[in-house]
Every structure is written in C-alpha cells, then in structure tokens.
Design a protein around this ligand. Structure first.
Ligand code: GDP
Length: 433
C-alpha cells in the first residue's frame, strides 16, 4: 500500500486530521474492546484508493528537544512515505519551525503537500498565501475541527501515489519478519532470499522495491516487507526501541502475515512482548519463529519446554504456530514460506452462513447460552462479514449479554471445525433488528 506521512510542529492539529482521515474506515470494521493505545499508524482509503497513514507527530520521543523530534519525524517521513503531508497552522502564520521542517523535506525526492490547518473561516483562508514562502507549492486550507478542505487535500495525496505502490499484485503474499534487535531477522531474511530462489528483478528506481523484496518459492509469489529496514544499519535512532517498534508497526500495516522472531539463546525479554502485542493487534496472521535453535541451551532444553513458556507469555497469540529455526544452519527456514502461505490461506477463507449456523446450533447444544443478570443470551445466527482476519457477526437478543467468555467459546468452536491456524478471529455481537 502507498504510505502517507503527516508531519508538522506540535499543536498544529496533526492528530485531529489523522483521526478525521481514518475515522470512517475504522468505524466500519473495527470493534476493538479496550485497546486505547495511541494509533500512529492506520489504514485509510479515499475515493477507492487504499493507503496507510502515519502520524509522525503522534510518536512520542521522551527526553528529546523539539529540534531532535522534528528531525526524527522528517527522517521517518522521508524514509517511509510515498507522499508527505506537512501541516502548518493558519492562526500562527509561518514560523521558524515550519521553515526548518520545509527545509528538511526539500531534500527528499518525495512529493510533499502543504496543508494549512485551522483555516476555519474565510479570513483565515485568505492568510494562507504567506505559506507559499515555504516553497512547497500551493498551500491547501483545511480544518480539522470542521473537516473542510480535507477532500481537496486527499485528492492531491492520491494523485501523487506512485503507480507501483498501488498496483501491488493480488497474488503476492506479503509478510514481515519482526522482532527486537539481534534476534536474527536479517539473517533469516538473507537465508530466505538465498542463492536458490528467484529474486524477481527490481524495477529501476522504485523505492517500493528497495523496501519490499519479492521472491518466488515453489510457484508461489511472496514479498518480504521492509527488507531494507531490516538490512540497513547504523543510524542512531534505529537502535532505539521506539523506532524498532514503529518500524515493526509500519511493516505490519503492509503485511498479510507476520513472522515474529524470538531468540532461543536469550529467552524471552520484555521487548519481545511489546513487538508480539503489536503483531496481535495488527489483526493479521502470526507465526512465531524461535531462531538460533543451533545454540546449546542452558535452560529449557527441549522444544516442548520452550513452547510452554511461549504459550504462557504470549497467551493472546494462542493461534500462532511455533516453529524452531536456525538462520545459521538453515534449519526450518526452507519451510517458512510454505507455512506463511498456509496461514494466509487460513485467514483468507470464507465460510458459508449455512455451515456456520449448523455449527452454532451444535455449539448451543453443547453449551447453552449463558444467563447474565437474570437475562438469557439468545444467539440467532452468525455470518462471516470479512476475511483477513476472519470476522463474524453474531446476531443475538442483546450484545451486552455476549461476554468475552462466550465469544471465546465460539472462536474455539470455529477453530475446532475449520483450520484457522495462525489467524486471529474476530466476533462482533450485534442486536438482531
Ligand atoms: P536482527 O537485528 O534481528 O536483524 O539480527 P541479525 O540477523 O543481525 O543477527 C544478530 C546476531 O545473531 C548476528 O550476530 C547473527 O550472526 C546472529 N544469528 C542470527 N541467526 C542466528 C542463528 O540461527 N544461530 C546463531 N547461532 N546465531 C545467529
């Protein structure tokens, strides 16, 4: 997907605009209970164009000066985005910081659009001509508060998408290899892309191909997302946890499946849990690959022991298959693409409503629907509204009565009857009309 980055000095209204842009879509598909983490990444669409969007300003950088923050934002935007949207504030006029940001953006060869926020009324809209001085072309007046002007801005954004970013072929399975630093992500990717694979030729000069590397294995086309990020080294901010988490999130947005890499030689660390949490929240297929399995173990010596620890620490990833690999010896690496493909198939499947309702009937025979506060839950029927991940709407007398434990029960029934290995499943309780 094309990537759009929003950048700008603090308090110009980036997050408001970001939320405006993603709102509609989120409302359609997401029912995320209890997840209040700030979302700096999201998928959005405009006029049939899908893209992912980053609010670089929404990423918090502790203990950094405003200058460092701006520089980091710009670096992220320049590195990751296909189109950059700089936001300035009509009520403040052109500031020093605006000029500094604009200068950083000049250097990128990326298209940069300039949105002037808080242009809420005609007078303020008249003031925006000053912003021509930033040298970023025509300032586009917008109002995050009222939602005006966003359409014009988004029209320009989608016009600037590079065609190759949009025409990503459908028969390609995208996956990312994520994990904290030094678990062996690069080594795994290098193994995967090793000698005997056909690496599809890069098209000249397209940044997209530099980031995502296509390859073919046994007749199936794959794309490893963010290979450049995995391979490139050295910049200071790359070493920070914040950056690696952010990078992982950006990669996840563009992936069908995530391979979460753990390190057998060190065991599980706090940072592994963060990355795992993001993989789970992305709502895509997940495979857990335990790397460095060649290293003699001091503690939990068998795969079974390690597996038990993983299941315990990452209980929410109970759907993810665990494989033991070694990038060093090559053990298990060759089988990874096949597993990615299997998980992708599982998460893409669609189940007929008639079959689902047989299952529901059988399930209610097994376990009667619970009573909650003196009221019995009645479940009428279930239908799959979406795949990737498989999402099921369950119609009932009162969604409030369908507690997590019952949803869990339905998910287990689904897993017992169909192969959903590797994919999360979502249940959306709805009141029957
Ligand atoms: P990344 O930061 O996750 O991309 O990790 P790297 O791929 O750079 O690997 C970090 C270190 O672990 C390097 O020194 C690798 O040589 C080493 N390494 C990676 N995979 C394996 C493995 O399977 N076995 C062993 N013994 N070492 C490995």
């Amino acid at each position: 997907l094309p990537v759009v980055a929003i950048i700008g000095q603090p308090n110009v209204g980036k997050s408001t605009l970001f939320n405006r842009i993603i709102n509609e879509r989120v409302a359609i598909v997401e029912d995320k209970p209890g997840v209040t983490r700030d979302r700096n990444y999201a998928r959005a669409s405009w006029m049939g164009h899908q893209f992912s969007i980053i609010d670089t300003g929404g990423i918090t950088w502790e203990n950094s000066t405003i200058d460092e923050e701006i520089r980091a934002q710009a670096e992220i935007a320049i590195e990751e985005a296909d189109v950059i949207v700089m936001i300035a504030d009509a009520s403040k006029g052109v500031t020093d910081l605006d000029e500094r940001i604009a200068r950083l953006l000049y250097r990128s060869k990326k298209p940069v659009l300039l949105g002037i926020n808080k242009a809420d009324n005609p007078e303020q809209r008249a003031d925006i001509y000053d912003f021509y001085s930033l040298g970023l072309g025509e300032p586009i007046p917008v109002s995050g508060a009222h939602g005006t002007g966003l359409g014009d801005l988004l029209d320009k954004v989608v016009e600037n998408f590079p065609p190759e970013a949009e025409n990503a072929a459908d028969d390609v399975i995208s996956f990312s290899v994520i994990g904290r630093p030094n678990v062996g992500k690069s080594s795994i990717v290098n193994r995967l892309l090793g000698e005997d694979r056909v690496i599809v030729a890069n098209e000249e000069g397209t940044t997209r191909d530099a980031i995502d590397t296509p390859f073919e294995k046994d007749g199936t086309k794959f794309r490893v997302v963010d290979t450049a990020g995995i391979r490139r080294r050295g910049k200071v901010y790359e070493k920070t946890e914040k950056y690696s988490v952010m990078r992982a999130m950006s990669a996840l947005e563009r992936s069908d499946v995530a391979v979460l890499v753990l390190d057998a030689s060190t065991g599980i660390r706090e940072q592994d849990k963060h990355v795992a949490g993001y993989a789970h929240e992305a709502g895509i297929g997940v495979i857990i690959a335990v790397n460095k399995w060649d290293v003699p173990k001091k503690t939990s010596s068998s795969g079974q022991d390690f597996e038990a620890v993983i299941r315990d620490e990452f209980a929410y990833l109970d759907y993810a298959p665990i494989v033991f690999v070694s990038a060093k010896t090559g053990k298990g690496i060759d089988d990874l693409p096949k597993l990615v493909e299997k998980v992708y198939e599982n998460q893409s499947q669609r189940i007929q409503s008639s079959v689902l309702n047989d299952l529901l009937l059988e399930a209610s025979r097994l376990v009667p629907a619970p009573m909650v506060k003196g009221k019995r839950l009645r479940v009428y029927y279930m239908t799959q509204v979406k795949s990737n991940p498989p999402t099921f709407v369950v119609f009932c007398n009162d969604p409030e009565l369908m507690h997590f434990s019952y949803q869990r029960f339905l998910i287990n029934q689904l897993r017992e009857n169909f192969d959903f290995t590797g994919t999360p499943i979502k249940i959306l309780p709805r009141k029957r009309k």
